[in-house]
Design a protein around this ligand. Structure first.
Ligand code: NAD
Length: 488
């Protein structure tokens, strides 16, 4: 394969208080390219000492230069960083393609989304304000929105740039100082972003980045008494641990966890419009998307037709190395591949056969973690394929009789992150939007192209708290009420 990898910087360092330093004892972790399974570099294996130093540096920043900036000055700085990210799209996309196995088109879209988050939160920084509250006539009462102080950000490997953009972008806009722990499988773009931010003049300590293992650096960060808020995106299992650790310090937590998001297709739907959304929402990022639509609920009268149309599309999907930029790249790791293949093997044992699969060309490099996109045509809603988050390019189609049954199936998992509804019937659209238990509902679309402006988060085991949009700024701030007695 061409395109030998060169990150363009020393990837084995942490950013702490404006200084780039290695982890104590020179400890590092490998960086693996999921397209080839080969090691392409090393990152720091930060732990408790680095986390302690990073939290101290963030507190110093809050008490110092960063904390003194006005909201408008913070916004101007974030805007400058956003423009610099725009200038580095190809660099960032190339890093992400090699680190995460993301096809280049998707990696570029993620880098642009990072720039867009910064642009959005730059503009919002000086537009968040308190209010005055009518009270007794001898009082004037008003509220202030204040930063929490030091915020912790623990992010996963599937969309590092987008998730750090929405989380760190909003926290900095509100004036918090951030400590970011990227995923051990994918830290390169977080480090590259930090370099861009430092070059743009972000004051020392406003953003600190400590790569490392979850049980070491992650656990040390979310249990640290010096942080005042944790934003976590990842699995339900880890989310529980993060919340337990935060509860010991009685601090607020935002949990963005998994999903089993349905798209519900009624017989009157515009199938030409729906089809690309039905398939892409399942195979984008090889299905490793928290808001992936892994369940397609279809009204019985058009079930056969939708199976046929989706199958046609599946058969045309090809899998390949990230830099070949095919429809589907590799999964992040051999472990993730084994998990996905475990689901497929279980389905096979239960007598379920796929109705269509994508193509795996011989050119796919040996050692990469590839799984063919796999579509199942008629799956019982109680089966593991239809109930559990697979986090791979696997979708199931489930037929339903009527609206009531569609709602029951849609709401029949532990999750509630995103849902899509496809129908031309306005009444049905409104009833479904009300009845579905999830953080977002899309009518005749799915995902709204990312929707930086749109509050995002889950109910049930998909988590709690909201990121994106203005809601994130409320989450990254504390409300103070000031009551002034001044007499009549
Ligand atoms: P994960 O929970 O294993 O890891 C996420 C992050 O948590 C990593 O940075 C990891 O190092 C850290 N971590 C692990 N153990 C920790 C601990 N004990 N204390 C503190 N931090 C710890 O998740 P993953 O496998 O990387 O990501 C996949 C999961 O993330 C899926 O379930 C997916 O649905 C979910 N996800 C959700 C969203 C969302 O916005 N809702 C977005 C992306 C991914």
């Amino acid at each position: 394969m061409s395109n030998p990898f060169d990150a363009g910087f020393d990837t084995s360092q942490c950013l702490i208080g404006g200084r780039w330093i290695g982890a104590s004892g020179g400890k590092t972790l490998p960086v693996e390219d999921p397209s080839t399974g080969k090691e392409i570099g090393r990152i720091a294996r930060g732990g408790k000492p680095e986390i302690e130093a990073a939290v101290d540096a963030a507190q110093l920043a809050r008490d110092g230069e960063w904390g003194q900036l006005s909201a408008a000055e913070r916004g101007r700085l974030l805007a400058r960083i956003g423009r610099a990210v725009e200038d580095h799209i190809e660099w960032l996309a190339n890093l992400e393609a090699h680190d995460v196995g993301k096809p280049l088109t998707q990696a570029r879209a993620d880098a642009r989304a990072l720039a867009r988050y910064l642009e959005f939160y730059a503009g919002a920084a000086d537009k968040i304000h308190g209010e005055t509250i009518p009270y007794l006539n001898d009082y004037t009462v008003y509220t202030l929105r204040e930063p929490h102080g030091v915020t912790a950000h623990i992010i996963p490997w599937n969309y590092p740039m987008q998730i750090l953009g929405r989380s760190v972008g909003a926290a900095l806009a509100m004036g918090n100082a951030a400590v970011l722990k990227p995923a051990e499988e994918a830290s390169l773009t977080a480090l590259a972003f930090a370099r861009i931010a430092v070059d743009c003049g972000l004051p020392d300590g406003a953003l600190n980045v400590v790569p490392g293992l979850g049980e070491e650096a992650g656990a040390a960060l979310c249990g640290h008494p010096g942080i005042q808020h944790v934003s976590f995106t990842g699995s339900v299992e880890t989310g529980r641990k993060v919340q337990e650790a935060a509860s010991r310090n009685v601090i607020p937590v935002t949990l963005e966890l998994g999903g089993k998001s349905p798209q519900i297709v009624f017989a009157d739907a515009d199938l030409d419009r729906a089809l690309p959304f039905l398939v892409n929402a399942g195979i984008q990022n090889a299905g490793q998307t928290c808001s992936a639509s892994s369940r397609i609920l279809v009204e019985a009268s058009i079930h056969k037709e939708v199976v046929r149309l989706m199958s046609e599309r599946y058969k045309a999907l090809t899998v390949g190395a990230a830099i070949e930029d095919r429809a589907v790249g590799p999964l992040i790791s051999e472990r993730q591949k084994n998990i996905v293949q475990g689901f497929l093997a279980e389905a096979d044992e239960d007598g379920l056969a796929p109705v269509a699969e994508g193509q795996m060309p011989k050119s796919a490099p040996m050692g990469g973690h590839y799984v063919r996109p796999t579509l199942y045509g008629d799956v019982d809603p109680g089966h593991a394929l239809a109930r559990d988050e697979i986090f791979g390019p696997v979708q199931v189609i489930i037929p339903f009789r009527d609206e009531e049954e569609a709602v029951a199936i849609a709401n029949g998992t532990d999750y509630g992150l995103v849902a899509g509804v496809w129908t031309r019937d306005g009444g049905c659209q409104m009833r479904m939007a009300r009845s579905i238990r999830s953080g977002q509902v899309f009518i005749n679309n799915y995902g709204a192209g990312g929707g930086v402006e749109l509050p995002f988060g889950g109910v049930g085991k998909s988590g709690h708290g909201r990121e994106k949009g203005f809601e994130a700024l409320y989450g990254f701030s504390a409300l103070k009420t000031v009551a002034v007695w001044h007499g009549h």
